[in-house]
Design a binder for this molecule. Structure first.
Ligand SMILES: NC(=O)c1ccc[n+]([C@@H]2O[C@H](COP(=O)([O-])OP(=O)(O)OC[C@H]3O[C@@H](n4cnc5c(N)ncnc54)[C@H](O)[C@@H]3O)[C@@H](O)[C@H]2O)c1
Length: 394
């Protein structure tokens, strides 16, 4: 028996549209017992909400996100607003008894993330955070290879997540530059994805030692632009002043995993040429695994002693129907799934969790674990010493 659940989407920017696509795709592609129904979309920009409602088939649009909470036909709330609003919106949605699917980072601070995880636990509803890279079939397969012992004991995990969207000093000041609206900088935006992969693939992180820096200290302020406005700047906006960037452009961290493995992580939002360079390499006692998000449909695997040394080397393993859930999208290798498919896999997990078929992953608890590592990296950089995330998570 199939039933459905009303979706209330908050935000219609980059992620809002990705969520809308993902809800539609998941409903069509996966054999769900509870199917998302496009019920309502909220955005402070009402015309943007109306346009997304029209385009994606939501029944209603509103400028007030609280309308979704009062609406009994909305069962799950998807939060894709800027970081500063996540906590208030998630807590209110939990209070209203809605399932909550919140974009990362969970909140601006570890304390806020902890409060959200506690409220989620007490609520009894399903909660998930949008650390979507762990939903990639290639990453799921990497975890399977690790669990099966193909790599032997994991001894080293290194991960990088770089983009260049703020490499140009003329990129204007925005909510992403402010502590009170974004929290940390590249760590909140990109580094958290690297941490989510580290935790999923190599396990809990015992200790970190880090450095951060802000490369472009000041950015131009466009007069007349709202800090939460989506899309490119208005061409008519004039630059009359600059404002100080309050968070880091780049970060590096050494990692000590609880299982004894060493690791490193780096993240930059000012790395020219990098568009979504999220890559990891895992060394084990029996082999090595390499992944690069810009080639997200493949893994590179080296297995020691698999064949004679004269012919052995890295093999490129293309994802295909054998690697779940790639086959829900395509019956053949080489045709490739993309970012939005990964988001649909995340939504399918959300729906299956709401149906009670699986545990949600990443839940708010998993999100809290990511936030505690980010906080440890920031504290380590500030205090110049190793910090143990476990002592911060609470
Ligand atoms: N999972 C990922 O891979 C990924 C990728 C990009 C962004 N994100 C996260 O998604 C969130 C949004 O980022 P984005 O790039 O989509 O930003 P964006 O600026 O493109 O979109 C934000 C949207 O929120 C709306 N908004 C602002 N205030 C609001 C309010 N009070 N009520 C309702 N709507 C409001 C804006 O009008 C806009 O439509 C961020 O937290 C970001 O970290 C996640």
């Amino acid at each position: 028996m199939r039933s459905d659940i009303g979706v209330g989407l908050i935000g219609t920017g980059f992620m809002g549209r990705c969520h809308a696509i993902a809800f539609r795709t998941a409903a069509a592609v996966f054999p769900l017992t509870i199917v998302p129904r496009m019920e309502a979309v909220a955005d402070v920009n009402l015309s943007a909400a109306e346009e997304v409602a029209h385009r994606f088939g939501f029944a209603r649009a509103t400028a007030d996100w609280r309308d979704l909470l009062d609406d009994p036909s909305v069962g799950v709330v998807a939060i894709t607003s800027p970081n500063v609003l996540h906590k208030e919106m998630a807590l209110a949605a939990l209070e209203a008894g809605k399932h909550v699917y919140c974009e990362k980072p969970m909140a601006l601070s570890l304390a806020d993330a902890r409060e959200m995880a506690a409220a989620a636990e007490a609520s009894g509803v399903v909660h998930m955070v949008g650390y979507n890279y762990v939903a990639n079939p290639a990453v799921i397969f990497a975890r399977k290879l690790i669990d099966e012992g193909v790599l032997g004991k994991i001894i080293h995990f290194r991960c990088v997540n770089d983009e260049d969207y703020m490499a140009d000093p003329s990129v204007p000041y925005s909510w992403r530059c402010r502590r009170d609206t974004a929290g940390s900088g590249t760590l909140a935006d990109l580094g958290g994805h690297a941490v989510s992969l580290a935790l999923y693939l190599a396990g809990p992180i015992a200790s970190v030692s880090a450095r951060v820096s802000t490369v472009i200290a000041e950015r131009p302020v466009l007069d007349g632009e709202s800090l939460t406005r989506s899309g490119p700047p208005n061409a008519a906006s004039a630059v009359t002043r600059t404002a100080k960037v309050e968070n880091e452009d780049q970060a590096v961290a050494l990692l000590q995993f609880e299982n004894g493995a060493l690791g490193s992580l780096s993240s930059s939002r000012v790395a020219w040429g990098r568009k979504n360079y999220l890559a990891f390499e895992i060394n084990g006692t029996k082999g090595t695994l390499i992944f690069d998000q810009e080639r997200l449909n493949e893994l590179r695997l080296f297995e020691a002693g698999a064949i004679g040394d004269d012919r052995n080397g890295f093999r490129t393993v293309p994802m295909g129907p054998e690697h779940e859930p790639y086959g829900m999208f395509l019956p053949a290798k080489g045709h490739q799934i993309g970012f939005n498919d990964k988001k649909a896999i995340e939504v399918a997990r959300l729906m299956r969790a709401i149906a009670g078929e699986i545990h949600p992953y990443p839940s708010f608890h998993d999100g809290l674990a990511v936030e505690s590592v980010i906080e440890a990296i920031e504290r380590s950089a500030a205090e110049g010493r190793w910090i143990e995330p476990g002592t911060l998570a609470g």
